[in-house]
Design a protein around this ligand. Structure first.
Ligand code: SF4
Length: 467
């Protein structure tokens, strides 16, 4: 995934850095005030964690129940082992129903299989209808940089230029005008599309329903106006009951965008029945494994509890600095640093679990209590054991482990270390350049230690001395 190279490039991209500065903290304050509306926020988090874990612990049972109930309501349930199978199944459905144009609401799983390119490659038209995804599509299929706001890294001015260029319309100044323009373009596509594709926030086992959570209403239009609806999602998105969805929905919008509830919540169940006005003629579910069962069998299985709220990336100092594209694949931020190595292979993405300050901001805000830094550490251990990390890093860690197991030597080495660091400091008590940590001090100064180790300071305090 070449995280380091990408991150270096993004840190030097002045326009991106300006845009990242503008959105920094955008959702942090909103989330903070939204969760104060709940007296029982921590209890709700515990309940949400339990719901997701319960679903994963008996995943096979819930998936079979979902399949039976969805079929009973007239839907077809298909299973995809890998990205290629997702694309094959979607194209088969499209050709079966004579589809020429597809409208699509946001689906991260379809990003895993580059579905849009496969659809276009088969000679069909596909239009993304989530505003962020639409912006990225008409900008040459730029990858999303955030799981909730795919185009958050773009400024209003960039979108103005893009719309002017791609729509051939006069430049619009305000965000409202830009939205209105996108809406006018997209409405035409909804009305002329033969098939709608959506993701799925939750798949409800007891009813065979898919739950879609949006703010723009695009999913509602994309999944009800065309005659065929295909909902694609990972197998881990299953929840046992609608009651469970209600609990999770108390946390999802609050954690994602700081809203008490999103503008639209669609619960779609089966095809149109006799005498019903609403509903599609054909409904398909494509439930995707593509590495999920591997994660379930691994020591980072808790990552599958994720409900894709994006709070971990909104609070991550690394994500905030380098942006989502640095992570090199579909899922950025702390959750991406776990899922990406698991889905594409740790050998290709071993830099990601190390792209962390281990500050645990992500773990603190995660609504389903995924211990993200712990999971990152487990993957770092695996990378170390599989000799994927550079030899210098492995040698340094081995040397450190050897010293750390010898308390006397460790104390002596620490004493030497803090005194040496003290000597490196300038008059203002800051270290500008560390000999073995130049990358670290390239972008920041390090406060110099007092010249005494933690143990010495602790002992001094216990003896009543001023440290
Ligand atoms: S890991 Fe937690 S905080 Fe991050 S997107 Fe998933 S649910 Fe949200």
């Amino acid at each position: 995934m070449h995280f380091k190279e990408r991150a270096r490039e993004k840190l030097g991209d002045e326009r991106l850095q300006r845009n990242l500065q503008k959105i920094k903290g955008k959702f942090v304050g909103k989330r903070r005030s939204a969760i104060t509306e709940l007296d029982d926020f921590e209890d709700t988090r515990d309940a949400a964690r339990a719901i997701r874990q319960h679903a994963l612990d008996d995943l096979d049972v819930w998936l079979e129940l979902f399949e039976a109930n969805a079929r009973a309501r007239g839907a077809t349930v298909l299973w995809a082992q890998d990205p290629a199978e997702i694309n094959r199944l979607v194209l088969e459905i499209a050709f079966r129903h004579g589809v020429r144009k597809i409208v699509k609401s946001k689906s991260m799983v379809s990003e895993e299989s580059a579905l849009d390119l496969a659809i276009e490659g088969a000679g069909l038209e596909v239009v993304e209808t989530d505003l962020g995804e639409y912006i990225l599509q008409i900008n040459g299929y730029e990858p999303p940089s955030h799981i909730v706001g795919p185009a958050l890294h773009k400024s209003k001015e960039e979108v103005t230029e893009l719309f002017h260029r791609r729509h051939g319309t006069p430049r619009k100044e305000g965000i409202e005008e830009l939205c209105r323009e996108a809406r006018a373009v997209l409405r035409e596509h909804y009305l002329t599309a033969d098939m709608g594709i959506s993701g799925g926030n939750f798949f409800v086992a007891e009813t065979g329903s898919v739950v879609l959570v949006t703010n723009e209403g695009n999913a509602s239009l994309a999944t009800t106006l065309p005659k065929v609806h295909v909902a694609i999602s990972g197998i881990e998105k299953i929840v046992p009951t609608l009651e469970d969805v209600a609990t999770l929905m108390r946390l999802l919008p609050r954690s994602a965008t700081g809203q008490s509830i999103s503008n639209y919540v669609d619960v779609l169940t089966g095809t149109r029945g006799e005498g019903e006005f609403h509903g599609v003629d054909h409904m398909y579910f494509i439930l995707v494994d593509s590495g999920r069962t591997g994660v379930l069998a691994s020591e980072v299985r808790e990552a599958l509890r994720c409900i894709r709220c994006g709070a971990c990336m909104n609070h991550c100092p690394v994500y905030q600095a380098v942006g989502g594209h640095s992570y090199g694949w579909v899922y950025p931020g702390p959750i991406g640093s776990i899922l990406t190595p698991m889905y594409v292979g740790l050998d290709k993405a071993h830099e990601l679990p190390a792209a962390s300050t281990s500050c645990n901001q992500c773990g603190v805000v995660c609504p389903v209590k995924i211990p993200l830094p712990d999971l990152q550490r487990k993957l770092r251990e695996q990378a170390f054991e599989r000799r994927l990390r550079p030899w210098s890093e492995r040698a340094a860690l081995k040397a450190w482990a050897w010293v750390a197991r010898r308390p006397g030597l460790y104390a002596a080495a620490s004493r030497l270390g803090v005194r040496a660091l003290r000597m490196l400091a300038r008059g203002d008590g800051m270290i500008r350049r560390l000999p073995f940590g130049r990358a670290w001090t390239a972008g920041r100064d390090m406060p110099a230690p007092t010249g005494r180790t933690f143990r010495e300071l602790y002992a001094a305090r216990r003896n009543g001395e001023s440290p």
